[in-house]
Design a protein around this ligand. Structure first.
Ligand code: PLP
Length: 220
């Protein structure tokens, strides 16, 4: 009997298919394995399979889990994908290699200060409130140019734009809108697509997809 594919192999196969359909190269897409809520024991098999890029949504949880894993796997790349409080900027800059949730001037200031202090530039995605939802985080679309200008002034490296589309409706129009906003602002990176819609996101230009459930199973 043939051995069944692992979840990681399945996701990689799906990325390759979406790339083929949209004439893209799988090497241009970074798969971020979202390990939030999952234990180091649950993360180990993915590391053993060769996955090196991981995403966490809480600074404290990442501080608890990753230093020991990084001792064994020093080439791990850690991305912060969750909302960040300004008072945790120093910790975030010390621990993470990329931050996907820059969404307001006060946080920008705190991150720029933390990066200066640590003498370490951590690339950031600006999270955009792509569905203009009142309750949701993210920079309002009309405030994006000002936030980008402030980032440039503060010498804070911007990798691109990130979004979480509204729940329960077709995400494609929101992915397309984010891609347009990035293009208009001369940005390359597009962090979009989760377990339910990463193939669509890849076809619409995602450079970073954030996949949790499809790799680790459900979260309790
Ligand atoms: C949890 C989370 C993900 C992963 O979601 P899944 O549906 O489990 O793939 C992606 N992005 C962000 C911002 C998240 O908080």
């Amino acid at each position: 009997m043939e051995k069944a594919d692992t979840p990681l192999q399945e996701v990689r196969t799906n990325i390759a298919k979406a790339c083929k359909a949209s004439r893209r190269e799988p090497g241009d897409i970074t798969l971020i394995a979202v390990s939030k809520t999952h234990s180091t024991q649950a993360i180990m098999p993915l590391l053993e399979e060769g996955q090196r890029v991981f995403g966490e949504n809480r600074v404290q949880e990442a501080q608890d889990k990753w230093p020991s894993l990084r001792e064994r796997y020093p080439d791990v790349e850690l991305h912060l994908i969750g909302q960040l409080q300004s008072n945790k900027a120093d910790d975030a800059v010390a621990l993470f290699d990329c931050i996907h949730s820059l969404d307001r001037p006060s946080l920008l200031k705190a991150l720029a200060k933390a990066m200066d202090k640590a003498d370490r530039r951590v690339p950031c995605f600006i999270q955009v409130n792509i569905g203009s939802e009142v309750q949701k985080g993210g920079c309002p679309i009309d405030q994006l140019p000002a936030l980008l200008a402030s980032a440039r002034d503060a010498n804070l490296p911007i990798a691109g734009l990130m979004c979480i589309p509204p729940a329960d409706i077709e995400p494609a129009p929101f992915f397309a809108l984010l891609a347009n906003l990035a293009k208009d602002n001369g940005l390359e990176g597009l962090s979009m697509g989760m377990s339910g819609d990463y193939e669509t996101a890849v076809m619409l230009g995602a450079t970073h997809i954030r996949v949790g459930t499809a790799l680790f199973g459900g979260r309790s």
